[in-house]
Design a protein around this ligand. Sequence first.
Ligand code: 13P
Ligand code: SF4
Length: 305
Amino acid sequence: MENSDAKLKEKIINLKKRRNAIILAHNYQLGEIQDIADFVGDSLELSQKAAKTDADVIVFCGVHFMAETASILCPDKTVLLPDRHAGCPMADMITAKRLREKKKEHPKATVVCYINSSAAVKAESDVCCTSANAVRLVEKLGDAKEILFVPDQYLGNYVSSKTGKKMILWPGFCPTHIRIRPQDISRQKAEHPQAKVIVHPECRPEVIALADEVLSTGGIIRFVRETEAEEIIVGTEIGIIHRLRKENPGKRFILASEQAVCPRMKLITLENVLWSMEEMAPEVKVPARTRLRAKVAVDKMLEVG
Ligand code: 13P
Ligand code: SF4
């Protein structure tokens, strides 16, 4: 098994050179995918990386909206998503049509969309954000009369509590983060009283209320690197533990809930990464009209950084 993984990795590395490809992987990817990636990061860092690369091909090891964002930013590159079924269920909780209907109810509202949304939804939005910059971005909106935040009600609720701005929230949520319950955090805290609790803002407010820090996955990576704490309770998707352990061998990580697994993230495997580069498929390409409108919202997000 290990031997065949080694062979696959070698083939991937060789083909990557021939195709002038870059492999970008999200922090929730399987360990073996993170290990072969050129860059591993959160949604914001991955978009920044995609925007800057001079590779001809971007192999996106993540979910569909991430590959779409890369296509919005790099229309002349080939963006591959090794499994076409790797979509984000939260992103699918809103469509451009339903957003247009909601906008009619609130014609003056500024629409802020979480990056976990389709390109078509981004095209209907004024500004895009990730969990790393949502608070800063909403603060920058100044005295916007009404803000419509889509599709994650929990991130929206968190941003609203941090900025003091009232927002209209779309009722979307992440089916993975919702599995982390407040009692999971309380139990882990009782068992590990010295541990710091870090959670992702997609968690429910009752979970967020029990956390020491609320951070994007990239923020979690940085916080752990810098903290003196030796034990950390991690309230997000299981995949991040691989990187945390690899980069911080002296620290101990306790996953808040074993249930926090995103099945779509796990669809990307060494086999389909190789296959996608061989076949140059499945390709993710956003049509020009949608792309140009969505890019306005994405560019505003990158300006804030
Ligand atoms: P990050 O941008 O924090 O990596 O989050 C992406 C995501 O899908 C979280 O569920
Ligand atoms: Fe979507 Fe949740 Fe999976 Fe992130 S963890 S990709 S928000 S379903």
